[in-house]
Design a protein around this ligand. Structure first.
Ligand code: 2AM
Ligand code: CA
Ligand code: CA
Ligand code: CA
Length: 260
């Protein structure tokens, strides 16, 4: 597995931010938890990790811009390159001591996703992908699952939390999906949901109302693992539109039909 210099920079930054999250995990009392809205938590752990990522990535690639969950848009001097960063995807899990959370960093070049890294510091699972170069977990090449039929499939989803608008829509989608598949799972980190589609642990995933930093790295990972990713209408607005459906060549179209 040959990593480009840009991907190596991203991996270094993500590993360092992962050490920060690992130190903060389990120290909730010290983490100054606040809410950004109903059911929407942020903590010092999110901010520490974001500060580490910004510092490390800026040191290695001074001109690149950023889109970061906690700091928003940071313009760079290089208009062609932008990092899309979620310093802690799965904050609710993190704050509850559930070891399902991740850092997600993607690199866009001229509006095209070219590299992505997702790292769960609680399990030491490092997912990497480069456009045209395949997807990996640690050193192992990833391939989406081979299952063809919904009755054999395990499907991950996001359940809208307090404050999200799409509860009724979700209940309708869920009732259609659960009636057809082997099992439905809700892990609480969209980045890891997509990583699990890429690694074939789950066969598909859908969710609404996501932000670009939740999915940017995961989209590339699924595509480079041979999977399909669209928005919930079958289009390609996954970064701007917030809805996403992912799966292999058989499960993706079947799942899309159920949730469309
Ligand atoms: P976050 O932990 O970075 O906020 C889970 O359904 C997905 O939705 C996660 O990727 C999570 O990212 C995102 N999400 C956004 N707002 C959320 C909230 N208030 N509660 C739970 N998940 C939220
Ligand atoms: Ca958040
Ligand atoms: Ca997120
Ligand atoms: Ca986050």
């Amino acid at each position: 597995m040959a990593r480009s210099p840009a991907l190596q920079v991203m991996v270094q930054a993500v590993m360092k931010a992962g050490r920060s999250l690992r130190r903060d995990f389990g120290e909730v009392e010290q983490l100054q938890v606040s809410t950004k809205g109903p059911g929407d938590f942020v903590s010092a752990a999110d901010r520490h990790a974001e500060d580490v990522l910004r510092a490390e990535l800026t040191r290695a690639r001074p001109g690149y811009g950023f889109l970061m969950e906690e700091s928003g848009v940071i313009e760079g001097t290089d208009p062609d390159h932008r990092f899309i960063v979620d310093p802690l995807d799965g904050t609710t899990n993190f704050l509850h001591g559930i070891p399902i959370f991740a850092i997600s960093v993607a690199l866009e070049r001229s509006g095209v996703l070219v590299a992505g890294v997702i790292f769960n510091p609680a399990t030491d699972e490092l997912y990497t992908a480069e456009r045209g170069g395949g997807a990996y977990m640690n050193d192992r090449r990833l391939r989406v699952a081979a299952r063809r039929d919904l009755p054999d499939a395990v499907i991950a989803c996001g359940v809208p939390h307090l404050g999200k608008p799409s509860h009724d829509l979700f209940r309708e989608e869920l009732s259609r999906v659960q009636a057809q598949v082997a099992g439905v799972r809700r892990f609480g980190s969209a980045a890891l949901d997509l990583a699990m589609v890429a690694s074939g642990r789950v066969d598909g995933f859908w969710e609404r109302s996501l932000k670009p930093w939740d999915v940017a790295a995961g989209i590339l990972l699924v595509k480079e693992a041979g999977g399909f990713v669209t928005d919930m209408k079958g289009g390609d607005t996954m970064l701007s539109g917030g809805s996403i459906v992912a799966g292999n060549e058989h499960i993706h179209p079947s799942l899309l039909k159920l949730v469309k």
